[in-house]
Unconditional design. Structure first.
Length: 505
């Protein structure tokens, strides 16, 4: 009787986990589709595809970039299976899709015709994302984590608000994370061929981006908690030398080093202050604002698990190692946007899986993720957790890249009574959405104003401006920064604000 009862409970528990997993997949799919359709954000990943296709067609790089030749060759080969490019140089002359020599920004869900080859290539970048999801689940399964951990990982990869935004715009870090995840997963398999493939993929990850150094965090935690074999850490270290050789061979390492040590490499904005060099505490504070409550709770649970067990000292060391790694990453590139994908994946791979081992903890994490997605459905790409408030605390790559443009066009159709001036961050031409009756102001890519609209009060109408410019980020225009003293009429997806000059005093 007891044995039958236990079997029934086990079956019931597995059924509940399967139903919860299915619900997470459905909920995540709905939010991703809505996020893309409502915001239609832009991204510059097509540039890498164009590089690869151009390399295959002409044997040269389309534009100087810090990528090894094999990367262009690989992308070109993959692109050929998905779409047929007659001539990439002719293709890039489509005015509705591209602007600027470097920022090839294509809006995948705009009014561009679906038969354009590059539009169909969005599936390549989705493939990188699902490679990461599959690899993370494989690692957790092979490492002996409980079924609750697998569902928790699935929930994080599909519902974590910052990841929804990042995987919508598909930053290049996703390629690095996918390669590192797959390399780790292959190293868990038995057989020499899998070990060799693992080292090759790790080398490719190192050569693609040196932020692969952050992968030491999940590997070291996995080794200390005895969830990941030491050989994988060895593969990662050996592959670093392979990535170094590739970089030396392609002569990109000196350029990378000079850019990383340049004092004005990238501006940082944090809580009302803009600097040309990173804050010493920038990444740590920004991580607290940008990470979802679910991530922070999961990290807290993992530390609590260590502190309450025999490995209290190990837990403190690991927690310190995570914080130091995150802070070091801000020196690699003082950004919090797409780069947040690396520390989040770190927490998902080991910390989250290590701590989410009961139905109660799993329910808390999933509930938090669903709640935060629901509360932030209109600004997932510009996500910051609810405790940080609605006013943006930071600006970077996925905080303000032109999202809100689609909502602005919809708003404009009901407000045609006065002229509209536009200062937009991002390379998507507003005409792509049907917005043609606007006066261009200073924008990024650098577009100069036709006239000093705000200086001297010689413009009367609506002014739409990206929040970045209001704090002097990228474009430092005193007239645009002066808008901070006024209250906006309306803001769209926390990125673009509209002002009515009639309210100015």
């Amino acid at each position: 009787m007891t044995k039958t009862s236990n079997n029934s409970r086990a079956i019931y528990s597995r059924l509940n986990l399967l139903l919860l997993g299915a619900a997470v997949i459905l909920f995540g799919a709905v939010f991703r589709v809505y996020n893309i359709e409502a915001m239609s954000p832009t991204f510059d990943e097509p540039f890498y595809v164009l590089q690869g296709v151009n390399f295959m067609q002409y044997g040269t790089r389309f534009w100087p970039q810090l990528q090894p030749p094999f990367f262009e060759w690989l992308i070109g080969r993959v692109a050929g299976f998905v779409a047929d490019f007659e001539d990439v140089r002719t293709f890039t002359n489509i005015a509705a899709a591209f602007s600027g020599p470097y920022q090839f920004r294509l809006d995948l869900f705009s009014h561009l015709p679906e038969d354009l080859a590059l539009v169909r290539l969005r599936y390549i970048f989705q493939l990188f994302y699902f490679m990461t999801v599959g690899s993370c689940l494989w690692i957790a399964k092979k490492s002996g984590f409980k079924p609750h951990s697998l569902v928790a990982i699935l929930a994080f990869m599909l519902l974590e608000p910052a990841l929804i935004g990042v995987t919508t715009i598909m930053g290049n870090d996703m390629v690095t994370v996918a390669l590192a995840s797959l390399a780790t997963a292959l190293a868990l398999s038995e057989g020499a061929i899998f070990s060799v493939l693992s080292i090759i993929l790790f080398s490719a990850a190192w050569a693609t981006k040196w932020t692969t150094a952050l992968w030491c965090v999940p590997l070291l935690i996995g080794v200390v908690t005895e969830k990941i074999p030491r050989k994988i850490l060895a593969f990662w270290m050996v592959a670093a030398f392979g990535g170094y050789l590739i970089s030396r061979w392609t002569n990109v390492l000196p350029t990378v080093t000079s850019q990383l040590t340049h004092p004005n490499f990238r501006m940082t904005y944090l809580d009302g202050v803009t600097k040309t060099t990173p804050f010493s505490f920038y990444f740590l504070q920004a991580f607290m604002c940008k990470s979802s409550l679910a991530v922070l709770v999961a990290l807290g649970l993992s530390v609590r698990s260590w502190l309450s067990g025999r490995r209290s000292v190990v837990g403190l060391i690991l927690a310190g190692m995570v914080i130091v790694s995150l802070m070091l990453s801000s020196q690699i590139l003082p950004g919090i946007g797409v780069r947040l994908i690396l520390p989040i994946t770190v927490s998902v791979l080991v910390l989250v899986a290590y701590s989410i081992d009961t139905p109660k903890k799993l329910a808390v994490i999933v509930a938090l993720l669903v709640l935060e997605c629901s509360l932030n459905y209109d600004s997932l790409t510009a996500y910051q957790n609810i405790l940080a408030g609605r006013e943006p605390k930071l600006m970077d790559s996925n905080t303000d890249t032109g999202q809100g443009l689609k909502a602005l066009v919809k708003w404009r159709k009901g407000h045609l009574d006065r002229p509209l001036a536009l200062a937009l961050f991002g390379g998507t031409p507003p005409e792509t959405y049907g917005l043609t009756d606007y006066v261009p102001m200073e924008s990024f890519p650098m577009i100069r104003s036709k006239e000093p609209l705000l200086e001297g009060g010689n413009f009367s109408g609506y002014i739409a401006v990206s929040r970045n410019f209001m704090v002097g980020y990228i474009v430092s225009n005193p007239s645009l920064m002066a808008l901070n003293q006024y209250s906006p009429t309306q803001c769209f997806q926390n990125a673009i604000c509209v002002f009515d000059t009639r309210t100015f005093k």
